[in-house]
Design a protein around this ligand. Structure first.
Ligand SMILES: Nc1ncnc2c1ncn2[C@@H]1O[C@H](COP(=O)(O)OP(=O)(O)OP(=O)(O)O)[C@@H](O)[C@H]1O
Length: 248
């Protein structure tokens, strides 16, 4: 696939925070409609890369595009077509789920009637109708993640960036969330970047992955091919082998 046909392109991306090189010469591309896995240990640079792709942090080197929009020069276009579920964030405790979705819709300047229709559809889709008028302060981890995903979808994004979306979820909650993501990709052609430490979830959902290690990309490609290449039977084995090779 040519670079211009890619949903996301990342070329020689770098980010330095003072003395810390958070992302170092990272390049990869994501195809439209694919669910692309992003793995790496704590502090490897995953969140920083996602935040650069969303235009929330400026790179110190390199360039990246989302649906052809340069993430530095066309940040507003990038935000318009993107949804983001951060790894951790505080929902406003005194808002109800419904109020919160309408609030996020207003930030995207979605007209009120459309905002109401989308909010109701998302509340239904995530089984939150019964809790829609409850204040967010009492929401469980699973319900909070569903609200988080609903807010990330309010602008009907074509590209969805998810940072650790399944952490803290029970097996049923994880399964439901993975099914939602699969449906978004397969039925609506949404491109998903799925960053996770839970390698079984990455394997369940993604055909291709990138692995970051100490800010650098140490592997990128099809999971099946990477496993073959590195003689790994499982995803955990693959990841450990990739990291081991860096150390030796
Ligand atoms: N705003 C910041 N200021 C200074 N250093 C930062 C900042 N954001 C990230 N870093 C540093 O950059 C490095 C990469 O962090 P990042 O959050 O991108 O990693 P990560 O792979 O997402 O980790 P985790 O899995 O723990 O979320 C870390 O050393 C981190 O401390």
């Amino acid at each position: 696939m040519s670079a211009s046909a890619m949903a996301i392109t990342v070329e020689g991306l770098g980010k330095r925070f003072g003395a810390v090189q958070a992302v170092d010469d990272v390049s990869f591309a994501v195809e439209p409609g694919e669910i692309f896995g992003f793995m790496g240990h704590n502090g490897a640079g995953k969140t920083t890369t996602l935040r650069i792709l969303l235009g929330l942090t400026q790179p110190t080197r390199g360039r990246a595009t989302v649906l052809g929009h340069d993430v530095v020069r066309a940040t507003l276009d990038v935000r318009r077509v993107s949804g983001y579920l951060p790894a951790s964030y505080a929902l406003p405790p005194d808002m109800t789920a419904r109020e919160f979705l309408l609030y996020v819709a207003a930030m995207f300047a979605i007209p009120p009637a459309q905002a109401r229709a989308r909010s109701e559809a998302l509340l239904r889709r995530f089984g939150l109708e019964g809790a829609a008028d409850r204040k967010l302060r009492g929401f469980s981890t699973g319900m909070t993640q569903k609200v988080g995903l609903a807010q990330a979808l309010i602008n009907e994004p074509r590209v969805l960036f998810l940072d650790e979306p399944t952490s803290g979820l029970d097996p049923l909650g994880r399964h439901e969330l993975l099914e939602h993501l699969r449906a978004l990709s397969q039925q609506q052609g949404v491109t998903v970047v799925f960053s996770s430490h839970i390698l079984s979830d990455v394997e369940t959902l993604c055909r291709r992955v990138a692995a970051l290690h100490h800010a650098r990309l140490i592997a990128c490609g099809e999971i099946a091919a990477l496993k073959r290449e590195h003689g790994a039977a499982t995803m955990d084995e693959l990841y450990l082998e990739l990291v081991r090779r860096q150390a030796s």
